[in-house]
Structures are given as structure tokens and as C-alpha cells.
Design a protein around this ligand. Structure first.
Ligand code: G16
Length: 552
């Protein structure tokens, strides 16, 4: 066969297989609309009731193969998880070669694939995209994937495998992992043959990297003791493995809500989202006063901390508190090393950040703050603009990024005193404690514990840096969440027209009042956030705004 004929044959075979496999994963019909269900790429990929998801995951497999080919065969990750959502939901997130979320311009391609009307239309969309981006379909494609502990995970992983098979991609199934572990593996594979490999590209490499760095930075400190609510998800099993790779003299972890083999219990009355939104203890905890507690979410990419005082009052240490702690500690070490003018720290938050945290970071720490829309994909990119970018959403999703230049500066620094040397050494070790690919509950746990150990602080000392303004987050089910359009980093509503003016009128009635409404990108609802000077007022404002929007 002539070379050109061979090429054409490869493409034809792929298209034929795509159609054949697609027939086994049909798009679900939406009875309420009398039409095929429509899919939207949300805050973190596609997410919905698992019953609707099979065709989407199959098609994501096709897209992942094209993405890999478009990047010269770099390995792409696909994570099957619905994170904080209830057990019956599931979802799918794509991971780019450096462990980042899928590049924004590809989200539209994902939506197009997910909504192609027929098997033939899907094959056509696949061919069109490859032609418009000049993607050579004969080139190798490499994709790795994993899932959380949901009951629907194995069937969806099988649909993904069909998508990868149809598009001729090489694949590795990592079975059950946390989302950040898969991000770590993707980056480690893609940097393996570079001068700066990120780590051993496997699960054990992940534990080794974190535990070695943690042991080094803890040095003569510890043991830190923490009780962790694992949301009955994948995080509990994986955290146990991490804890087993760390010497007890540094860290002792007690895990509760660890029934990952009972997927129906996932996130039920427990987990980071429950604790943050309900501002209360998860089920299954009887905290000792002033002891450190933490909750993970369903795929362990978020963490929040908390404690109770002697009077058993509950105090939440959320993503804002983590960001403030990390920025404070890193800034202190930079000052101690005399590097504060060479390596600039910045913090990235969203509209959900408590007003007190933003004031503390800007006015007390003198660290600049950038505000982005919700979604770590937005915060991550904004954090890359700083030498050290600390980014956390209030819900506990975030990490710290050290630029390559900052890491080089630290590595080549010649200390003039033991104090400078110790500051620089600790900063350099901190880099490896932190999973820089994405927010990671396990790595963030080690980061917080390290800082508290170095400061000789308990959770109440940490909490005393500033006092949160009372706030309330309410989830409101509306007729059409897509009718809610925002501007100014989601702080103001543009549509439905006229609603923002009514919110403004309400807010103006409360001292230190602030409230905003936005559509969730992971649940079929809108979220209302409100804060005010007192608990009563924050609750009242949230409920009034919720009342205002519930009829849209
Ligand atoms: C995802 C995103 C987060 C976001 C959260 C809630 O988290 O990665 O950045 O804060 O959804 O988003 P929304 O308010 O749009 O529903 P996860 O942990 O659920 O994957």
C-alpha cells in the first residue's frame, strides 16, 4: 500500500471504531425536555448524576487522545470523580501534562464532543478538530486514568477505556487514587526525562516524595497529632499509606469516617464541604478541646481544619486561614533570609474569601491579593504570576506555587549567617512538601502541620491571627442556573437583569455586609454567599438574598 493510502487507512479505521464504540455508549434522552440531554463543561469538568455520564466519559477519552497527540504524545490524565458531590453523582476531569487542569480553550472542544448528536457527528467532530489543529492521527497518544471510590466508577472507567481504544491511545489504568495523586503522576511522567524530574511516576513515589521532604523539614519537631475525617472516600486509605511512610515521631494521624468500601456513605454528614458549608463538626467526631482536626473531601483535593475550645465551641480554619498561615510563614522565612525583595509572595483568592482574611493579608502581612472567578483552574494561573503564589479557595482547595526562578534563587543562595541558612533550607524543603500541580489535601495537611510545628502553635494560636466575619453559604435550587451571569470575578450579577440592584439594596442595610450570587459549576443550583458584622445578620442577609433568587 502506498504511504498515503496507509495513512488514510489509519484515519478511516479510527473513525469507524469511534462510531462503533460510540453506539455502545449512547447519549441519554432527557424526558423533561423531550430531547437529548445537553452537557456543559463546568468548574471542574463534567459532573452530574452518574446515569447520564457514560457517553460523556467515552467522548472525553477521544478528546484526551487528541490532546496528547496535539502535545507531541505528552501524557494526559483523566480523573473520574465527583469530589464533594453526593454518592450518586460522578464526573470527569482532564489533566494537562504539567499536572494542571485542561487548558481553557479545549473546554469548548470537550463540550462539542459531549453534545455531538449522533455517532457519525461525533466521528466528524473528532476529524474536524484534528484537521483544524493540524493533529496527526497516526502519532502516538498517551493517557493515564484513575477514579475515586464511587460505585459508578468502574463502569465509567470502562467507557473511558473504549474511547481511548477507539482513538488508538496507549493507556494506563491507575485504578483508585486521589485526584492530586493522578496530577502528580501525570507531571512526573512528563518530566521524567528532563533535568528536573518531578518525582517517581507512581503512587509509591508520591508517598516517598512527600514523606522525605516532611521528615527533613520537621527535623527535630513533632510529633504533630491530627484527627482526619476522610469523608468515607478515597482519601482515608491513601492518607493511611502516607502516614505509614512517615515516622511516628513526626506525625500521628487518627482517621475517622474511613468507610471507603461503603460508597453510599461518601460525603454523608462529613467531609470538607459539609464542615465548611454547615460550619459544624462532621459525624463521628468527639474532639478533645484545642486538638487539631481536619476534613478531606471525596477525592482528597480539598482540606479544612477545625477545633473546639474548652467550652466545646467549634472554630473553622478554612482555605482563607490556610492561605494566611502559609503566606505569613513563607514571608517570615524570606525576611529572615533577607530575600523578601527578590522573591515576592502573592495570594490568590475568590469572592468567597472572608473579608477579614483579605484585609489581614493585605494590611497586616502586606502581601498583595489577586481575586479570580471560582475554580482552581483560574487561581492556579493567577498564582503563576507571583514568585511564590499562594492560592486557596475558602472551601479549602489550593496550594502554593514556587516559580522556577524562585527555586533557583533559593538553591544558589549563599547564606551569611546560621539564621539565613536555616530559613533558606526550610523554604527549599517546603517546596517538596507541597504538591505544586494542584490543590492536594494530603500535601496541604503536611504543610499546615509543618508550619504549626515550627511556630509551636496549636490551632487556637493559628486562629487568633484574625477573626472571620460571620458568613453563610446557601445552596438554592432554581429553574435555570445558566440564567445567572456574573461580572467582576463573580461578585456582581449581570443577569437576571435587575436582581443585582435588589441585592445591593439588601446589602446596604447591614454593617460590613457583602453578598453575591453565582451559578455552581458542579451542582445544579446557585450559591448565595453573605457576610456581615454579626452571625444573626449574616444568616438573615443570606436568607433574604436566597429568597430573592429562588424564583428564577
Ligand atoms: C471544584 C473546583 C473548585 C471549586 C468547586 C466548587 O472542586 O475544582 O475550584 O471551588 O468545584 O465549584 P462550584 O461552586 O462551581 O460548584 P471539587 O473539589 O468539587 O472538584
Amino acid at each position: 500500500m502506498a504511504e498515503q493510502d496507509q495513512k488514510d487507512q489509519i484515519i478511516l479505521d479510527q473513525l469507524r471504531q469511534i462510531e462503533e464504540f460510540s453506539a455502545q455508549h449512547p447519549r441519554v434522552f432527557d424526558e423533561s425536555r423531550g430531547a437529548l440531554r445537553v452537557f456543559t463543561y463546568g468548574t471542574a469538568g463534567f459532573r452530574m448524576h452518574a446515569d447520564y455520564l457514560e457517553s460523556v466519559v467515552y467522548r472525553v477519552g477521544l478528546l484526551a487522545a487528541l490532546r496528547s497527540r496535539n502535545l507531541d504524545g505528552s501524557t494526559i490524565g483523566v480523573m473520574i470523580t465527583a469530589s464533594h458531590n453526593p454518592p450518586e453523582d460522578n464526573g470527569v476531569k482532564l489533566i494537562d501534562p504539567q499536572g494542571e487542569m485542561l487548558e481553557a480553550s479545549w473546554e469548548a472542544f470537550a463540550t462539542k464532543f459531549a453534545n455531538a448528536d449522533s455517532d457519525v457527528d461525533l466521528a466528524r467532530a473528532y476529524l474536524d478538530l484534528s484537521e483544524s489543529l493540524n493533529i496527526n492521527l497516526e502519532k502516538p497518544a498517551n493517557v493515564v486514568y484513575a477514579r475515586d471510590t464511587r460505585a459508578s466508577g468502574p463502569a465509567l472507567a470502562a467507557a473511558l477505556k473504549d474511547g481511548l481504544t477507539a482513538s488508538g491511545a496507549a493507556m494506563t489504568n491507575y485504578e483508585v487514587l486521589t485526584t492530586p495523586q493522578l496530577h502528580y503522576i501525570v507531571k512526573s511522567i512528563n518530566t521524567a526525562s528532563t533535568p528536573t524530574p518531578y518525582g517517581e511516576p507512581n503512587e509509591m513515589g508520591y508517598y516517598a516524595k512527600l514523606s522525605d521532604a516532611f521528615a527533613a523539614v520537621m527535623a527535630d519537631k513533632g510529633p504533630a497529632i491530627v484527627t482526619v475525617d476522610a469523608a468515607n472516600g478515597v482519601g482515608g486509605t491513601q492518607l493511611r499509606k502516607l502516614a505509614d511512610s512517615i515516622d511516628d515521631k513526626f506525625l500521628q494521624i487518627n482517621i475517622v469516617n474511613n468507610a471507603s468500601d461503603s460508597p453510599e456513605k461518601l460525603n454523608a454528614l462529613c467531609g470538607a464541604d459539609f464542615v465548611k458549608t454547615q460550619q459544624t463538626l462532621p459525624a463521628g467526631t468527639e474532639p478533645v478541646p484545642l486538638a487539631l482536626h481536619a476534613s478531606l473531601d471525596g477525592d482528597a483535593d480539598r482540606i479544612v481544619f477545625y477545633y473546639v475550645d474548652q467550652a466545646k465551641r467549634f472554630f473553622l480554619l478554612d482555605g482563607d486561614k490556610i492561605a494566611s498561615l502559609a503566606a505569613m510563614f513563607i514571608q517570615e522565612l524570606l525576611v529572615q533570609a533577607g530575600l523578601q525583595n527578590k522573591i515576592r509572595v502573592g495570594v490568590v483568592q475568590t469572592a468567597y474569601a472572608n473579608g477579614s482574611s483579605t484585609r489581614y493579608i493585605q494590611e497586616v502581612l502586606k502581601v498583595p491579593v489577586t481575586v479570580t472567578p471560582t475554580g482552581v483552574k483560574h487561581l492556579h494561573h493567577a498564582a503563576q504570576q507571583y514568585d511564590v503564589g499562594v492560592y486557596f479557595e475558602a472551601n479549602g482547595h489550593g496550594t502554593v506555587l514556587f516559580s522556577a526562578a524562585a527555586a533557583r534563587e533559593l538553591a544558589s543562595f549563599e547564606a551569611q549567617s546560621p539564621g539565613q541558612q536555616s530559613a533558606v533550607t526550610n523554604l527549599a524543603r517546603l517546596i517538596d512538601v507541597i504538591n505544586q500541580t494542584v490543590g492536594d489535601a494530603m500535601s496541604d495537611l503536611l504543610l499546615v502541620v509543618t508550619i504549626l510545628a515550627h511556630k509551636a502553635w496549636g490551632p487556637a494560636d493559628w486562629n487568633s491571627a484574625y477573626t472571620d466575619l460571620p458568613n453563610r453559604l446557601v445552596r438554592v435550587v432554581v429553574r435555570d442556573r445558566f440564567g445567572f451571569k456574573t461580572e467582576d470575578a463573580e461578585r456582581r450579577l449581570v443577569e437576571p437583569v435587575g436582581v443585582q440592584a435588589q441585592i445591593d439594596d439588601l446589602v446596604n442595610k447591614y454593617k460590613l455586609g457583602r453578598s453575591f450570587v453565582r451559578a455552581s459549576g458542579t451542582e445544579d443550583a446557585v450559591r448565595v454567599y453573605a457576610e456581615a458584622e454579626t452571625r444573626l445578620e449574616a444568616d438573615e442577609l443570606a436568607l433574604k438574598v436566597a429568597d430573592l433568587v429562588k424564583n428564577y
